[in-house]
Each structure stands twice: as structure tokens, then as C-alpha cells.
Design a protein around this ligand. Sequence first.
Ligand SMILES: Nc1ncnc2c1ncn2[C@@H]1O[C@H](COP(=O)(O)OP(=O)(O)OP(=O)(O)O)[C@@H](O)[C@H]1O
Ligand SMILES: [Mg+2]
Length: 525
Amino acid sequence: MAGVPLLPAILLDIIGSAANIVLAFLSWRYALLLSRRQPDNFVWGYLFYVTFAIAAFTISRAVGHLIKQFLLIAGQADLWREISPYSGGFNTLFMISVAAVMIFYHKGVQAYEALEHEAGKLKNANRELAAAAVQLRDLNQTLEQKVEERTEELSQSEKKFRHLFSASKDMVFFSDAGNRVVDMNDSGFEMLGYCREETSTLQLADIFLNPDEIDTFITRLSRDGYIKDLNVDLARRDGKIVSVLLSATAIIGERGEVQGSEVIAKDLTRLKTMMEQLASSEKMASVGQIAAGVAHEINTPLGIILGYSQLLMDDVQEDSDAYQSLKVIERQTKASRKIVADLLKFSRQSGSTREEVDLNEILADVVAVTEHTLGLSNIAIHRQMANDLPGVDGDPEKLRQVFVNLVNNAHHAMLAQGGGELLLRTRIDNGDVMVEVRDSGHGIPERYLARIFDPFFTTKPVGQGTGLGLSVSYGIIHEHGGTIEVESPVLDQQQGALPGTLFRIRLPRSGADRRQMTDMSGARA
Ligand SMILES: Nc1ncnc2c1ncn2[C@@H]1O[C@H](COP(=O)(O)OP(=O)(O)OP(=O)(O)O)[C@@H](O)[C@H]1O
Ligand SMILES: [Mg+2]
């Protein structure tokens, strides 16, 4: 050993120890930076402690070597021998700490790996969960779409049935097990004269006129499950009767019990009125034929009686009893002849002319003749004449007779109450000419309404009315191709039912007028 120069080895030891210190410090600092950047990273944490322990060991060892070299150079070998066991002790201590950290690191790595493994499982589970969530979301969307489609279909079908229910011109309603009306369409309310707000309180017993018919309705529904074409009378709110043709189906619950019913009812009032009118026209026609035959037979002897009584009057003194008696015979015979003439008019046996007639003019004539008498009875006449009223084809005399009859009747109806108002109105309705004669008199009781056009129907005392006025008027209007209707009380759109009577006469406009209209529309085209 004495042959090998010591200086390079000493220098190498000094420089190597210093470099060891620097490198150890740098690696520790680098581990420090890494662990600061990612404090959660387990590896960087361990690296920090490992480099720290190695750095401590390296510094201890390098400082020991440096001290040794400097003491040997300074010739203090004895001192070095004294302190060298301490330096070795420190080195061992730090080496143990490195080993301890390494062992701990090994355990730590195992724990970390176990954690990683668990985390991996968790990640997998998480991925599977995410995939399941996507599948669920897709399923949800499909379900939502299906629900939306079904809801739309349901709403369309609900709309269709709602429309059928609400737009039906027939009455449609639903009742529950307690015979309460739970829903009814507008036609039903209109037919019965009730408001929608009142449905909650409406029972079958309120709308059926006869309790027996409710029993029939309920019995047949629970027995057969349905009812077809049951003719029942319903009671309107104002007490009037509506005759309907009813069909119903029972609403059956899960246990087979009747939970209510669906009912459709068709108003037969119009049909009944038409049937009555038909029957009445047939009756009129047959009465007319008899009347015509009788009138012809009576007319001749009446003429002879009148002629002979007038002849006899020439032969007796005017102040004698015989003359007065003959005067009575003459008057009564003339009255009888008037009745016969009326009968003939009614049965259309009297002669008839046809010309274009202006009903405004006819009404003006009638007013001129009756105005004075009506004025004396405190009756005010109001006229609402349409300016451009088309003419009608007819017999002016007969038409005048109709309006005189109507005005006379109105006069009589207002007489007892000491006056009133008479309204004469003309207008065009659906291309026809309409005349309305309306009075504010005592009106016509409902029970008489169907009979007033019957020949000889009168409510006037004997001698004051023959009951032929309206039947003659009816005959004349029908002969002219028109209709005559009565309304009592008068239904006013704003004020409701008003006392009095309204006669409505509809006549077709004249052929000349129709031709003119066609020419005009042809020319326009
Ligand atoms: N405007 C009216 N107001 C109230 N009741 C009326 C009216 N018009 C007709 N009537 C009723 O109708 C009945 C029949 O009328 P109609 O004109 O046919 O006969 P009349 O007036 O009784 O007798 P006459 O043969 O003299 O006309 C009347 O008796 C009356 O009860
Ligand atoms: Mg009359």
C-alpha cells in the first residue's frame, strides 16, 4: 500500500462525499416537489421519506469521511480514532432508518396495491353502473315516448267523444248509481231549461215527469243492461213537458253491479206537433167538405127567406109589430148568410182571384178600417213594415179578411184589460214573406192552443163569436201555400215570456218576384 500515492484517493473521497451530499439533497428536493404537486400520490409520499432517510444517511456518512480526511491531513489521527465510533454509530442509525422506511414502504406498497385492486373493482363496478344508467336512460326515453304517444292517442279519442257529446243535437247525459245526473250536454240543458251549474243537484226524479217511468227505466236497465226507444215525458224547469224517445246503456262495475247509465234522448215535441198539425189539417179538410155541402144546401133556403121577408116588409107599415118581426128575420137571416159565406170561404168553395199583392198595403187598409175602433178601446197600433217587401200571389180580399180577423181577435183579447199594444210587422224570412200580428192581451191558455184553428171553437159568449175567424184564416193561408202559427205567451229573446199572443203568417213570395230574382242573379253571373 505504501507504493500507491494516497492523495488522489483522499481527494476522490472528499469530492465524492461532497457530491454525495449534493445529489442526496437534490433527490430529496425532487421527491419533495413531486409529493407537493400530488399530495394524494402514495408513491411520491414514500419517495419523499426514502430520499429523506437516504439523504440523512449519505450526509452522515459523507460528513464522517470529510472530517476523517481533514483530521488525517491535519495529523489528528488520534482524535479521529476517538470520534470514529460516533460517526459509525450515526451511519448505522441512519442506515437502520433507511431500512425501516424501506420495510414500511414495502408494507405500504402492499396496502397501496390492495387499495388499487379495490379501486379497480370499484372502477369496473362504476363503469358497469354507468353503462346500466345509459341503458336505463334509453329505456326511460322509449317509455316516455310511448307514454306520450298513448297520451296523444287518448286525448284524440277523448276529443272525438267530447265533440260527439257536446255537439249532439240530442240530449246526452250520464247518471250515477244514486240516480244523480253527473254530466249533461248543452242540448240537454237547453231541452230542460236548466243551467250547467245546477247539474250537481239534478236527480232523475227532477227531470222525469212520472215516477213510474223512472221505475221502468231503472228496472229495465238493471234487467237487460240497456233500453231502446222508451217513450217518456220529461219535465222542463218551467213546468212544460218534453216528450222524448230515450235509449240508455247501463255502466256495469267489476262485480257486475250497475254503477250508472249513459242516456241519449231525442226530442219528439216537434214530431208530435207535426203529427198533430197533420191530423188537424185532415180534420179541417173533412170538416171543410161537410161545411161546404151544408152551406150550399142552406144558402138557397136562406136566400128565399131573406127575399120573402123583404117582400113582406113592403106590404106592412114600418111602425107595426109585424114590420119589426120581419126586420129581426131579415137581420138574423143576413147573419146566417155571413156564417154560410164564412163556411164557404173556409172550405175554399168561394171564388178566388190571383194577383200580385203587397201585404204592406193590405195591412195599411186593415189599419185604416180598424184604427178608429181600436183607438176608442185605448189600443195603440205600432207598425214595422219592411221597405223592400216582395209581393205575394193571392186574393187581396181574402188576405185582407185574414188580417181583419186577427186584428179583431187581438182587439177582443185587449178589451177586457182596458187597452194595450198591437204590433203589425212585416219582414223577409228565408226568402218568404212574414207577417206578425202581436198583441198584449190576455193570451191563450196552453190547453186551447191546439184547438183555436178548429171550426166553431170559441171561448166567447154565444152571439159574440162563431169560432170561424181563425179556421177561415187558416184555410185562406193554406190555400195561398203559406202557414199560420201561434205563440202565447210571446217568447221575446231579451225579455223572455211576455203576456199576449203572436200570430206568425208565412207566405211564399210571388212568382214574378222569384223570376226577377233569378234574372238578376243570372245577369250577375
Ligand atoms: N189574439 C188572441 N188573444 C187571445 N185569444 C185569442 C186570440 N185570437 C184567438 N183567440 C182565441 O181563439 C178562439 C178562436 O178564435 P176565432 O177567431 O176562430 O173565433 P172567435 O174570435 O171566437 O169567433 P169569430 O168567429 O167571431 O172570429 C177565440 O175564441 C179566443 O179564445
Ligand atoms: Mg175571431
